[in-house]
Write a protein that binds this ligand. Sequence first.
Ligand SMILES: C[S@@+](CC[C@H](N)C(=O)[O-])C[C@H]1O[C@@H](n2cnc3c(N)ncnc32)[C@H](O)[C@@H]1O
Length: 313
Amino acid sequence: MQETSIILNRLRKNLKIRKNLIKSEGIEAYRLYEKDIPEYPYIIDIYKDYAVIYEKGKKIGEDDELNDLVYEHRTDIFAALGELLNIPENKIHLKERVKQSGKQQYEKIAKDKLSFAVKEGEMKFKVNLEDYLDTGLFLEHRPLRKIINQTSASKKVLNLFAYTGSFSVAAALGGGVVTTVDMSRTYLDWARDNFRINDITIKDHHFTQADAVNYIMNLVEKFDIIILDPPSFSNSKRMEDIFDVQRDHITLIEKLMSLLNPEGVLYFSNNLRSFKLDFLIREGFKIEDLTYKSIPKDFRDQKIHQCYKITQK
Ligand SMILES: C[S@@+](CC[C@H](N)C(=O)[O-])C[C@H]1O[C@@H](n2cnc3c(N)ncnc32)[C@H](O)[C@@H]1O
């Protein structure tokens, strides 16, 4: 009871703080809680009237005591989400790390719905909270989506490693013509779905299933805005070589800068905590560090990504 009130009180307090952001940005998806209390090392994201709980902070193990504690915490959090946001258990999705065993086997609750759309200002994004590790929408990139949305009018935009095309939607709704590139057919289809739910005419834009590195090496076409938000590492069968952002960003950025029109802008973001922008890039181009500006107010983790606006000197 005592424990329940600790997390309940914190979630209530956070929700009160989030209210302004939810209203001013017109958002339905946000981070409610991020390891604020050390004893509760979880992340809780809200997607409309659903929640996702990431149990990342916990060690996977056979440790029964630890598992018991996690189950106790889960019950507390479920109760708090029910009380504060009216979210029932079948709308809470767990991304769990704890090994399930014996009596602690948690019953898998049949989930309410597979995918649905959430609003972010004028934009809508399809999310799926259950079937993949990620939900289809990276909440951490909300500020950069806004920047892109507000600067894309009449621009030619290239979105590389596009995932479900959330930056592409931002650019297309902002008035740009967008080329969306990803290696995965599933995610490209998802990106097209995102265009459709935003009433964007698909045939006005381009979708390419390709290894982004290979794809750009053969490109000659010029763009006004390029978005480069690659994974830290990638080694799919469809690629000739593994991708390593620390190793490969120099070649990639140099090539992409040559594909920009004179006033063009490259937005480069990545999630590698140890990432260092190479001095050749710092020397060769004008760099604006957008990291702080591009981390949403509802995130506590100030190292979730590093983001740079790169232009010609
Ligand atoms: C880190 S996410 C990109 C996040 C995205 N920019 C967003 O904000 O929604 C990784 C994406 O890169 C794609 N990917 C990984 N390696 C790739 C490659 N070599 N070429 C093209 N896409 C790749 C994956 O399919 C996945 O969709």
